[in-house]
Design a protein around this ligand. Sequence first.
Ligand SMILES: [Zn+2]
Ligand SMILES: [Zn+2]
Length: 330
Amino acid sequence: MSELRKNKLTGEWVLYAENRQNRPYEFVKKMDYNTTEKKNCPFCRGNEHQTTLPVFQDRKENWSIRAFPNRFPAVAQKQEQTGEKEEFYESKPAVGRHEVVVDTPYHDQTIDAFSLEHLKNVLLTLQKRFLSMLEEENIQQVQIFKNAGADAGMSIKHSHWQLIGLPTVSKRQQEYEKTAKQYYDQTHKCIVCDMIAWEQQQKKRVCKQTEHFLAITPYASRFSYEVWVLPKSHMPSFAQAEQELFMELAGLLKELLCDITALRKDISYNICFMESGKQSCQQQMEAFHWMIQILPRIGGFAGFEFGTETYINSVSPETAAKWYQKREKQ
Ligand SMILES: [Zn+2]
Ligand SMILES: [Zn+2]
């Protein structure tokens, strides 16, 4: 069953993907890097037959970036038989796309060790796959994300990204757009552009910056050392991001990820691209402003957070920013 069901009390969508129970999960007990066998890894060069057919491969032989549909997709490619509709509740068949982008042929290489040229090409590939998913009529939201490490939900210990295209718009996305629209109606300005201006003036949460990008620890960060990377000029979607800037973006991302991996041995983190929704972009609305959020998985996410959606963070964003600034000087 691949079905989206809406929580009637909160408006959140829940995705049911029962076929994912069969997927390999190396981290079921606790991450043990030594037991991961390269010969059984579907993402290693030489084991291509273990994945679905690629939708992108940078070279025929000796590839370094490879994208293919997930073998255990969270969404169905085409409409399947779904359960009986219940009038009281809202549901949707979860028809969409779920792709994997393997960003290195080497089993143990992590993103902080990539060359800038390679990381730039990874960003180009992500943008291509993103655009391809957005073109599909039934897809309303495409999420680009990376799970790095067991605490971040990584199931195969070989660096990769994922893109999931959904026929629904998440509650979080709707909130972003609603807030941005209300702000625009009141001020005729983009909420994120104003945030960037404020942070540049205050300086206390700026971690690093380049000519076109700013990295900040957000004012109300959920996780310790959480960082947002923002394009300085207004741009609603990663789909429109200029490829000439990807080398610069790769440099900034690499620096931040090197810093994060220096926090603790084997640290886990998630990377999420946040965006204006497809609909508001198409309607040329003064939408949101795209960004990359990096979430180091330090500390728990437990009963209190589940119950209240209030996060407890033991490192203030100002302290975290100082740490990033100091790393830059080293
Ligand atoms: Zn591998
Ligand atoms: Zn903006």
